[in-house]
Write a new protein. Structure first.
Length: 135
């Protein structure tokens, strides 16, 4: 249920970016801007979360380039990577001393690799069931 809501949010965000900004992602935040938005996020500002997500979408697209084999996979992987970005922003702890982009990159990669493993397992299990006459 939560993953479906996150997927809907990610797709809506990506769609609105494509309509409003001709498909280009906004520039990344500077270190001072990132600190300011993280402080506002810690204070409970809902706009801060959206700004952090929007400004790090370029990172999602960059990481996705390493993993997609077909252009049809790219949109799915960007959606999955955006969910990883959202989870990364939600669980980021600035007191650890790392930059948000460093932490979020690992969360994005984990989300993509997790989904890729699910796809491969589903394909392999379906193939095995087909060999055994189940399909």
């Amino acid at each position: 249920m939560i993953s479906a809501a996150l997927m809907l949010f990610a797709n809506t965000l990506l769609f609105s970016l494509r309509l409003d900004r001709s498909g280009s992602f906004p520039r990344p935040l500077s270190a001072s801007e990132e600190r300011m938005w993280l402080e506002r996020l810690a204070q409970g500002d809902p706009d801060a979360r959206n700004v952090l997500i929007e400004r790090n979408l370029r990172l999602v697209a960059h990481i996705v380039k390493k993993y997609y084999a077909q252009s049809s996979d790219q949109d799915d992987l960007i959606s999955i990577g955006t969910i990883g970005l959202i989870k990364g922003i939600s669980s980021f702890d600035p007191s650890k001393g790392a930059r948000l982009a460093t932490y979020a990159a690992r969360c994005i990669e984990n989300a993509i690799l997790s989904q890729r493993n699910k796809w491969q397992l589903k394909w392999r299990n379906g193939r095995l069931l087909g060999q055994n006459g189940a399909f």
